[in-house]
Design a protein around this ligand. Structure first.
Ligand code: DX5
Ligand code: ZN
Length: 215
């Protein structure tokens, strides 16, 4: 069970210190938004390059951008340890996933709440992780969509059938109230933004979430 706090809810003027607040987390989740694939705009490659120099943990880059075929490999080449592209935006997901892996990153595919997983099951051999969104991508602090749990189960079942070590990540509205149902459905990597950075003691929130997920 791994926790990946989203720095979307951190103080963007103090990102190095904000990463240190969550030094006990397995990953830091970095939400890249381009104001095209999603309505919001956050940060891009230059900021990720700087974060990679100071982060005490690996970076899990979630690219909510158009044209990931072009951009996503650049994050892997910069040293991001996990790179997630949205299947809704990818033109050639097999080629893209292979480019991520050959640059040394874990290759991951994200699925929006309205997107079915079944047509993409055949991509599993190319992937190290599948991200099932539990909110519409674009903003932190939204309500958890429990109706995505059947999809988490479906992905977990397909991953089991495939036999590889594929992680299943959930992102959006994950908190002490919602994490157990995600774990029960088969998720093993949990993104939490407001639930971690909104807490007085962010590291304690990370530990609490991990314990709940494992319970
Ligand atoms: C939403 C982002 C999430 C977001 C989660 O588009 O992908 O990573 O930061 O924030 P919370 O945990 O507050 O829902
Ligand atoms: Zn995210």
């Amino acid at each position: 069970m791994q926790i990946a706090p989203s720095i979307l809810s951190a103080d963007f003027a103090n990102l190095e210190a904000e990463l240190k607040r969550i030094g006990n987390a397995e990953w830091a989740h970095v939400d890249v938004m381009d104001a095209h694939f999603v309505p919001n705009l956050t940060l891009g490659l230059p900021v990720v390059e700087s974060l990679l120099k100071v982060a005490p943990m690996p970076l899990d880059c979630h690219l909510m951008i158009d044209d990931p075929d072009h951009w996503a490999p650049k994050y892997a080449e910069a040293g991001a340890q996990s790179v997630t592209f949205h299947i809704e935006a990818a033109k050639d997901p097999v080629k893209l996933a292979r480019a991520l892996r050959s640059a040394g990153a874990r290759a991951s595919m994200a699925i929006k709440p309205g997107t079915d997983f079944a047509p993409y099951e055949e991509l599993l051999p190319e992937l190290d992780m599948v991200l099932v969104m539990t909110v519409e991508p674009g903003f932190g602090g939204q309500s958890f969509m429990a109706d995505q749990m059947p999809k988490v189960r479906q992905v977990r079942e397909a991953a089991r059938k495939h036999g590889g070590d594929i992680w299943v990540q959930v992102d959006g509205g994950v908190s002490a109230k919602t994490i157990e149902q995600c774990a029960e459905a088969g998720a093993d990597v949990f993104v939490a933004g407001s639930a971690v950075y909104g807490a007085d003691d962010a590291a304690a929130a990370v530990d609490e979430l991990r314990e709940l997920a494992a319970s």
